[in-house]
Ligand binder design. Sequence first.
Ligand code: PMP
Length: 307
Amino acid sequence: FADRDGVIWLDGELIPWRDAKVHVLTHTLHYGMGVFEGVRAYNSSTLGTSIFRLQEHTDRLFRSAHIMRMKLPFDKETINQAQKQVVRENGLTEAYLRPMAFYGSEGMGLRADNLKAHVMVAAWNWPSYMSPEARDIGIKVRTSSYTRHHVNISMCKAKANGHYINSLLALQEALDCGCEEALLLDNEGYVAEGSGENFFLVRDGIIYTPELTSCLDGITRNTIFQLAADCGYTIKEKRLTRDEVYVADEAFFTGTAAEVLPIRELDGRKIGEGRRGPITTRLQDLYFKAVRGELADHTNWLAPVAK
Ligand code: PMP
């Protein structure tokens, strides 16, 4: 990934992709204290290439940094502009963007007090997070043997680098078992989220999703709330058990990378008909319209990258 053409924004400057390097004593590399975002830009027929819900992502990055007591040396507008710039300068019409704030190699050890936060923003083409057919037929999921973070162990409202060790362990386990994604439970055994997605189920026409305790406050989750309201669907936030998922009519994951991804099976049990259900299909369709600026009521979610 490092050996390619293009530019990356690092601490206020655009530098060649291959030169965007850090020292091996980079503090975040050792301890995982850093915060990041995953953002997507889509090609809109009316507005041109536009970043979806850019401000919400930047706001979450700053909230994550605040929780982790990282002082970012840039304001939000600079980080917004940096994201537009990397899409433009890399000539991308659709892109996945990765802004990240990390500590440098100014000091070592847990007690280092002279650390400086650095910020990078990269963008590349990443059309589909899983196999392209996954969004049509749905994926097979396995309940993880790894518990999702507890609210008082790591700060669940922050999208922090170190949190993803837990995600990687869960995902590797699911892949080893022939599944495509993991469903993680919280420390009390209730459904939390996927390794990088929020979770929803549908039962008797009502949509349910876990409360925002140990799952990330997902921006796609929020988008689904608004699209579901547009359709007149009811969404209830409540504790869900894994067997409520087994007997659900439909289930799906949401996330910037994964978009809206139907779940067809959990732990060897078919969910509903074992394929993408009607409410999932409707919300997925609206989501893909929303990200490309095709929903008149929601074009304010798009931030065009053109100058
Ligand atoms: N949960 C986790 C653990 C994630 O990594 C993500 C992806 N950022 C999500 C949920 C979904 O969040 P969003 O919709 O903001 O991408």
